[in-house]
Design a protein. Sequence first.
Length: 457
Amino acid sequence: MENEQKSGLAETFETGRIAAHTIRGAVKTGKAVSGVAKGAAAGPYGAAAGVLWENRSLVRKIVVIIAVLLMLPVIIIQMLPSLIFDGLSYAFSPLAPSVPMFNSGSGIIGNVNMVNFAINGIMDEGLEDVMARIEADFASSDADEIEIINPYATSHAGNADQYIAMYCAYKSEDYASISISDMVEMLRANKNKLFSYTQTEEVRSRVEIDPDTGKENTVTEKWRVYTIVYNGEDYFAEQVFMLSEEQMALANDYAQNLSLFLGDGMMQGISKWDGNTIPALGDVRLTDGVTEVVYYNQLDERYAGKLYGTDHIGSHGCGPTSMAMVVSSLTEQTIDPVAMAQWSCQNGYWCKDSGSYHALIPAAARNWGLDVSGCSVSEPQRILDALSEGKLVVAIMSKGHFTKSGHFIVLRGIQDGKILVADSASYNRSRQLWDLSVILKEASQGAVAGGPFWIIG
């Protein structure tokens, strides 16, 4: 038995050595090994943990710790866009000069924060640019008045992770030139491509009172109404970076891995779950809203690998996981994601390869004795009133901050005028505050069964 254990551990570390060799080759050519990047999509420990898991019966506490530490530096290079290491150009970060860059958490996060700050600044410049274009257009028109609808006044639209990923994919053949300053310069030079606008003209009437006679006069005016539109990362990828299909695939892998590294998961839209999980979160309660919410994460190792029909909860279980949170929070029953997924399948709400039919939400609510009513995007005050009263609101989201395709989340309260959420794919996003305008904008326009919002409680 002892010899078998030694043999197994030797194989484990040999796998790590081979991975390191592969990565060195990838760095030399400036290319990433996208297959391993996809496989490492459980965060910086994912690939190392995968190797260890295969030999879990042979590995004990201290060995696990040592093995992870040994493998982490090389695995992390392979799975993440190199911009966060400052283009692989510097061995040490000024934020932690005594620690090698690849092992410096403060250095890496410092770079990420720097990039996010820079991208937010460029987004502001992009908005200023489109506002200037709108004002110029209005000045050249014969309209009397102007109205500007700006959905991004309180929340930036851009996904910083995606810009980092696209830039690094664009530089995949010239990795040595990657730097934060170079990316910022490139984005700033193309800030006019971040936003565009649409316009309509309306004739509006208003009543004026003649100060001399006191009579009411109706005055008509021509208004030009402008709506600012964020062109999106895909537009930038095509028009500025001009990424090939291969580069775009690499960028998507990079962005997913970076999101996982900084948060704890973005598995939506994946047709085949590859086994990635996060460690069990235990008993988590979100207590900063009117209603205390029992939080479940679909990527939790206790649930992620469980079947949802022929799919897995980790990849397609946001619907049952969200309803497990709602039922466990609003009733005296505790229902975990596995039990809710089973109920969904048995009652016909599982949709193969696509997650859940929207009808799952009102059906599950009624089954557990909860009042439920649908709500549209045009009824924001109903959402705010419901959350203020301690009710929960399930929302089906489309592409944006929460997902690349479709994803159920739970709105759970209001704090400082912003929305608290419980996102089954990210504990990190569940601790952030969100502008209602972002949620309304990104809510699915194709929702059925009374959605895209369901008020429950």
